[in-house]
Design a protein around this ligand. Sequence first.
Ligand SMILES: NC(=O)C1=CN([C@@H]2O[C@H](COP(=O)(O)OP(=O)(O)OC[C@H]3O[C@@H](n4cnc5c(N)ncnc54)[C@H](O)[C@@H]3O)[C@@H](O)[C@H]2O)C=CC1
Ligand SMILES: O=C(CO)COP(=O)(O)O
Length: 318
Amino acid sequence: MNISVLGCGRWGTFIAWYLNKAGHQVLLWGRETSKNYKELAETRKNDYLALPEGIELTNSLEMAIEYSEVHIISISAQQLRSFAWQLNQHNIKGKTFILCMKGLEAESGKRLSQVVSEEAAGANVAVWVGPGHVQDFVKGIPNCMVIGSENVDITKEIVQKFSSDLIRFYYGQDMIGNEIGAATKNVMGIAAGMLDGLGYTSLKGSLMARGTREISRLVRAMGGNDITIYGLSHLGDYEATLFSPHSHNRKFGQSFVEGERFGKLAEGVATVEALMVLSKQYNVEMPISGALYQILFENAEAKETLEQLFLRPIKFEF
Ligand SMILES: NC(=O)C1=CN([C@@H]2O[C@H](COP(=O)(O)OP(=O)(O)OC[C@H]3O[C@@H](n4cnc5c(N)ncnc54)[C@H](O)[C@@H]3O)[C@@H](O)[C@H]2O)C=CC1
Ligand SMILES: O=C(CO)COP(=O)(O)O
């Protein structure tokens, strides 16, 4: 089938590569002014892969929208609302937009599918999340991921068309759980990087146990299924984020405590802000996310703030 991939950064370019390999006709769109687009247009390569011949490149959004009924979006989460507004200036009624992104709107705490539905009513929205790094996939190392939407027929159709021996997809059953899970694994990734930077790597097991607990409480309060947090979108993505040398969020956390600047996109930073909104809105205690907010946004000292988590009153584990 024809598929347009909107966004040609690290992940969008991989998605285009993957879908071409899975036998689809792929058009990859990027903004004319974007550094990533210019590099691909000139060399057909980036730091991670070379684009196969079959993938076409365009900087015309109109052409990308007309090209197919199924579109992938992979840009930074905080840009999604304005981008969805832009999409809505075209004829997108009945088209499907699959969000390959992991974030929440910082100011409102809204999920990305909600943001698109608000700005581009009439389009179908799905999400594709779960563990995976370009560096592993291009070496042929397979992984499992999850695709979900509010319409099970759409979910099944996408999964069937996108599956290959490189990615085993599961049908997502819980949009709240999968979107919150995918966004918040980045927050735990930043915390893991801070632990690495502070010489506390051995605490990452505890972070996994208490992080999943904190996020599952939130998901339940929001009306999702708390078990989803123990699935591919969240716990299943911990290896790729809390432990992987490739993770931008983990590297951001480590660089932060080491006093260095990490220049690439770490979605978890804005997600921490969104979690403070949701924690208040749903009256859910979120100690790990709260500690990260203090460190990232209120200049709290990282080591001391993380150590404070140990001084909280003793409680039952579950
Ligand atoms: N396993 C997975 O599912 C993975 C998911 N991701 C997710 O993919 C998303 C993108 O991440 P990366 O590719 O690493 O980021 P990136 O920074 O490499 O690429 C983002 C792209 O979005 C473009 N962009 C930004 N604002 C835009 C706008 N307003 N309109 C159009 N294009 C715009 C930029 O020019 C850039 O090319 C993130 O949400 C990230 O969490 C990333 C890696 C793996
Ligand atoms: O989502 C990812 C792995 O599944 C990528 O994570 P980072 O953005 O932290 O690199």
